[in-house]
Design a protein around this ligand. Sequence first.
Ligand SMILES: NC(=O)c1ccc[n+]([C@@H]2O[C@H](COP(=O)([O-])OP(=O)(O)OC[C@H]3O[C@@H](n4cnc5c(N)ncnc54)[C@H](O)[C@@H]3O)[C@@H](O)[C@H]2O)c1
Length: 261
Amino acid sequence: MFVDGKVALITGGAFGIGFCIAEELLKNGLKGITLVDLDKARGKDAVDALSSKFVKGDVVNKKDLEDAMIKTVKTFGHFDILINNAGVMNDTIWEKQIDINLKGVVNGCILGLEEYLPKYNNGTEPVIVNIASTLGLTPLYFLPVYSSTKHAVIGLGKALAMRENAGMQKVRLMTLCPGATLTTLLDNLEKRSFTPRLTETINNFFEEHPEELPQNPESVASAMVKILENGSNGSVWVAQGGELYEIEIPSLTEYKKLRRL
Ligand SMILES: NC(=O)c1ccc[n+]([C@@H]2O[C@H](COP(=O)([O-])OP(=O)(O)OC[C@H]3O[C@@H](n4cnc5c(N)ncnc54)[C@H](O)[C@@H]3O)[C@@H](O)[C@H]2O)c1
């Protein structure tokens, strides 16, 4: 088992998908885990439940993340898996959302890739998994900025995984795109758009799109274990409706087959 005996750090692990992933990794033999989250109260509950380490931190602040990585190495002796999961979905605060969803992931990747994972892993290939979204592949009309941050996370992962980057550092870098998932992220959807004229369509969104019905966060956690075990560097995975499948981003040659003028 890949996870067995490893040490992980998950951003935004106090609740939601991040917490479920932490639980699942520990069930699969993980030796130790650090949760980095803004929410101190829920972070403390989470570490009590999981006997893990909690570091209060904001992913937008590179220093917070670096402190968390240092504490991980000091506490557990090594650091093997970084999961850049923290995110928000709220286009009414779109500048902050870009900071958290994109800058936070860039911060994690730079620190993990350039410094802490290559230096402090336990001898087997370390891994970074960035959490994007299916909205990073197909945007949603009422969340244009959120969708664009997730497109960016996928692009970032593809570029960083190239041979000259992660390949050279011997870090395996993958992207996981969950579909709609039952967490507080989906509460009051209609209040998360800067386009109030759409409120009615947003309210009825899941009724009109039954194919998008939210899955349980446990499905995403189990997908995470599977890709840690089997996914290759640069791969992009969709975990939606309880299914897990790999997708390919077309090359320019493929695009050329579309309409030409
Ligand atoms: N729930 C969904 O439908 C869904 C679908 C696709 C992708 N995602 C992505 O999955 C990830 C987790 O989402 P979730 O559904 O568990 O949401 P959630 O709101 O339940 O949990 C998000 C966690 O991130 C933390 N967080 C927020 N801002 C932070 C910051 N600046 N620094 C550190 N921690 C911070 C929160 O405190 C919380 O613990 C996000 O990146 C989200 O975009 C969620």
